[in-house]
Design a protein around this ligand. Structure first.
Ligand SMILES: Cc1ncc(COP(=O)(O)O)c(C=O)c1O
Length: 366
């Protein structure tokens, strides 16, 4: 049975008329950048994320970049983060001129290990950037404790974890700023690129608004060097149609995860560990398996989608060689990179499809 890793057409079929009407409304208004749809989305995302302010962004990447730039992070600064994340987290740090300082992950959650952060703090450290990977939040209490002790900003990369919780607190709402991505594969995905920043800090909010418009305020007067980090109205309109479904979609992903959990009991497949402090939105369902590359090849042969997030930890990427890390520096991240495999978990999966995915893996492992 063919099972894709993600089937966005299945989701689109359920909301097509509404999306087309919403996009058409924007086109008729010809207010294509910013405007009421963007403002409405910002207010709604701030509200569901228990935060005071939200600022739309052109992508999750630009949400991170704007956050760093608005916090005046740049050359000479160090930012502590994880090497086991999507490239954008660290690419943005590097683009500001700041230096990424890595600490390893917790094996079970794939998220930054808070116990390792304090020893990485120097007088140059300006911020900690935890990443809430695959839909589950990092262990925020000890991270905030270290941040408060050394007066550091905390930028939550919540690109994969909108509305997930840690001790009943929403992703992005605990640190200084939280960044979301609306890339189409996210739980709340647009019809193109988009992102958002949330914060409770009014001063930071004002600065984020200025920075997303090339640092201009009033118009054509530039106190700062910002960028074009604006969200399109068409994206906001489509996201407003999808937003009311977000909880039911995440719930369906959790049901799929529970189903797999039962199917994999007693097998060699290690299922994702979700901390009792957390509710995951399962943006990805990532297992660990022996002979991972062979399993992946076998699944592809059987037309079952899977993916490796991420095959090369960032401290071993060629473009970051100047940071001076080497193989062996972050053993848990390196081990994860060799063992992880994401399998389909999208909301529209049927039980038959999940059976097919799980049975194929289990039968291959023998
Ligand atoms: C952890 C993480 N950070 C940042 C991003 C960047 O988001 P975008 O693709 O919207 O620029 C992503 C997107 O995949 C991500 O997964």
């Amino acid at each position: 049975m063919e099972v894709p890793l993600l089937d966005l057409k299945a989701q689109y079929a359920t909301i097509k008329d509404e999306v087309l009407a919403a996009v058409s409304e924007v086109l008729e208004s010809q207010q294509c950048v910013g405007g009421p749809k963007v403002t409405e989305l910002e207010e709604k995302i701030a509200s569901i994320s228990d935060s005071r302010f939200a600022v739309g962004a052109s992508s999750g990447t630009d949400a991170i970049l704007n956050s760093l730039m608005s916090l005046d992070i740049g050359a000479g600064d160090e930012i502590i983060t994880t090497p086991f994340t999507f490239f954008a987290t660290v690419g943005c740090i590097a683009r500001t001129g700041a230096k990424a300082v890595f600490v390893d992950i917790e094996a079970r959650t794939f998220n930054i290990n808070p116990e390792l952060i304090e020893s990485a703090v120097t007088e140059k450290t300006k911020a900690i950037m935890p990443v809430h990977l695959f839909g589950q939040m990092a262990d925020m209490d000890p991270i905030m404790e270290t941040a408060n002790k050394y007066n550091l900003a905390v930028i939550e990369d919540a690109a994969q974890s909108i509305t997930s919780t840690y001790k009943d607190r929403k992703a992005g709402s605990i640190g200084t700023a939280g960044c979301f991505s609306f890339f189409p594969s996210k739980n709340l995905g647009g019809i193109g690129d988009g992102g958002m920043i949330i914060t409770n800090d009014e001063q930071l909010y004002e600065r984020l608004l200025i920075m997303r418009n090339h640092g201009s305020k009033p118009k054509y007067h530039h106190k700062y060097i910002g960028g074009n980090f604006r969200l399109d109205a068409v994206q906001a309109a489509a996201l407003l149609v999808k937003l009311p479904h977000l909880d039911e979609w995440s719930q369906a992903r959790r049901r799929n995860a529970a189903y797999y959990g039962k199917k994999f009991t007693g097998t060699d497949v290690k299922i994702p560990y979700i901390s009792p402090d957390c509710v995951s939105i399962y943006n990805q369902y990532v297992i660990r398996v022996p002979r991972r590359d062979e399993v992946a090849a076998y699944l592809s042969e059987k037309n079952i989608g899977c993916a490796i997030y991420y095959p090369v930890p960032l401290h071993l990427q060629e473009c970051f060689s100047y940071l001076g890390y080497k193989e062996g520096d972050f053993p848990e991240s390196e081990k994860a990179a060799k063992e992880v495999l994401a399998i389909p978990v999208y909301p529209e999966l049927s039980d038959k499809m999940k059976d097919s995915v799980a049975d194929t893996i289990v039968s291959f492992l023998g």
